[in-house]
Write a protein that binds this ligand. Structure first.
Ligand code: ADP
Ligand code: MG
Length: 267
């Protein structure tokens, strides 16, 4: 079958911050009417290996989706496809709005100061105040002129989030951004991400291998297995969530079972 890929009006990774405005406005400026992402029959092969196998996925505007799956199941491959970073996929991939990505490694340019990392490639009339506002919002007002290598792991991830934020994405893709952080820092990053999400209202796809992280943050948790979404669990518990809530415990067990982790291994 001939490869088939339609990607409509993608603007991934190109900035859209409002010209001349220092404060980052709340709400998603570039939010389109339809889904934030719509994927049909997405297939990715590496040689003979089919990593994504006719995968279907819709993400609603402003929805917070977590994607879990075993290591090597294709989570990053799916995220890269949504970001428009992988031209080797087949299928239909529609991402109508602005996309921004934060990876596990903050990927800051070491020879540019923090603020220059945020303004890098930011095509607005006056990028400095926009970048300062984003850094302030992620709690890095004091580190604006710091060198990236002097930042802690948590600070570097905050800078990475600020860099994503100034793009005013309607779809924010996060690929295990907290997995290298210690437990306390991770908790404060969870709070920050929820605050940013509530303020800016992007749709979020958070890739994580941590079931509890997914349960703490997401409206919906998807399980990726055998190249497709094998399970979808809606979570309508109010945030901040109590991990010992009976519904949360039941969801955790269900998701671990979906991941193939025996229940005994969780106690
Ligand atoms: P996950 O993020 O779920 O751990 P990935 O999406 O990174 O998994 O990778 C899924 C599978 O695809 C892995 O087996 C990986 O080795 C393979 N893979 C990913 N990228 C490439 C590539 N560029 N070339 C060959 N194989 C790849
Ligand atoms: Mg990965």
């Amino acid at each position: 079958m001939a490869p088939r890929l339609r990607q409509l009006t993608r603007h991934s990774l190109s900035p859209l911050a409002s010209p001349g405005s220092a404060a980052l406005p709340g709400g998603s400026a570039s939010r389109p009417g339809g889904p934030a992402a719509s994927v049909r029959g997405l297939t990715r092969r590496f040689g003979d290996r089919v990593v994504l196998d006719r995968l279907d996925l819709d993400i609603a505007p402003g929805e917070f989706v977590a994607l879990i799956g075993r290591s090597g199941s294709g989570k990053s491959t799916l995220l890269r496809a949504l970001a428009g970073l992988d031209k080797g996929v087949d299928g239909t991939l529609i991402v109508p709005g602005q996309v921004a990505v934060a990876f596990q490694e903050p990927r800051l340019v070491p020879w540019k100061k923090v603020i220059e990392n945020i303004t890098l490639g930011l095509r607005v009339r006056d990028p400095q105040p926009v970048a300062r506002a984003a850094l302030e919002e992620v709690g890095l007002a004091e580190r604006v002129t710091a060198w990236p290598l002097t930042l802690s792991g948590g600070e570097a991830q905050r800078a990475s989030l600020a860099r994503a934020l100034v793009r005013q994405p309607s779809l924010l893709l996060l690929d295990e951004p907290f997995s290298a952080l210690d437990a306390l820092t991770r908790i404060s990053m969870h709070r920050l991400v929820l605050r940013l999400w509530e303020h800016h209202e992007p749709a979020v796809l958070l890739v994580t291998h941590d079931v509890d992280e997914a349960l703490a943050l997401a409206d919906r948790v998807l399980v990726l297995g055998d190249g497709r979404i094998t399970h979808s669990a809606a979570i309508d518990l109010p945030r901040p969530r109590d991990r010992d809530h009976p519904a949360q415990i039941a969801l955790r067990l269900r998701l671990l079972t979906e991941l193939g982790v025996p229940a005994a291994a969780t106690s």
